[in-house]
Write a protein that binds this ligand. Sequence first.
Ligand code: ZEM
Length: 295
Amino acid sequence: SVTQVVKSKTKFTPTKEDYQKVYNRIADLLDENGEYDDGSYGPVLVRLAWHSSGTYDKNDNTGGSNYATMRFDPEALHAANNGLNIARTIMEKVKKEFDWISYGDLWTLAGVVAIQEMQGPKIPWRAGRIDGFAKDATPDGRLPDATQGSDHLRNIFYRMGFNDQEIVALSGAHALGRCHTDRSGFEGPWTFSPTTFTNDYFKLLFDEKWVWKKWNGPKQLEDKKTKSLMMLPTDYVLTQDKSFKKFAKAYADNQEVFFQDFSKAFSKLLELGVPQSQFVSTEPWELKTTDEQQR
Ligand code: ZEM
């Protein structure tokens, strides 16, 4: 007779506490390399979360954060994603330690960690994204082109399901990080504190005099006073278009209002393309910052 040995493998069901552990691991990685840029991987991780979500098209429900298709060529090689291999490589370390998390959850969670740890607002977040396949990857051209104007911004963001107020709020993420000539062709940071989340981007847009930079690179603006800050044409448009300007001014005047609106819009961005039925909880979670945990 044959004795059959049945190996029963119980599937690991992560809890909120498990995701908090992943959060903490990512938080520890943010400033492990003081040599990198302004001393933090936070900004490039926010950009990874954004580019992995902003491919969403509400018309056919393709793209978005669900399948983490930036893992695959040609999406990984789209010019818009230049430099994000750095962010994806850092996230591999976390994935090795927490192999049960999906890439979509990992990358969006990294965006949440980065914003919260860099003094930004709490970002409600839910788990449940699943890994997709190369066939789910999105075509090039779904992310915004910095050289264009308000019509383009609206076309791109309306396609994701955002309105003018949300476009402006999301653009405030440019308080963080910088442009790199070897990634986008543009150069420099938007603010004097690129690793702290503030409403300075909006303040500077209105308070500084912005002039076209004289150089061989793509069209960008520099602040007349110090010439050390930059704005993309799509940033400057927020002060020129009547509807955008109203929101940009409100965010320049009141950081609280900006934080609230950014939190809502960024949370929504990170859930684009994820079927509601996939989320493990109906109520989004607020994960604790490292400060709150006094680790
Ligand atoms: Zn960005 N972004 N972005 N962005 N972005 C860059 C960098 C960063 C646009 C854009 O072309 C560029 C949003 C919206 C838009 C961040 C977050 C968010 C760079 C520089 C460019 C060219 C890349 C480089 O050279 O490294 C355009 C046209 C946008 C339309 C409005 C939204 C929305 C974001 C998040 C909510 C962040 C954090 C960076 C900095 C990355 C870094 O490595 O420092």
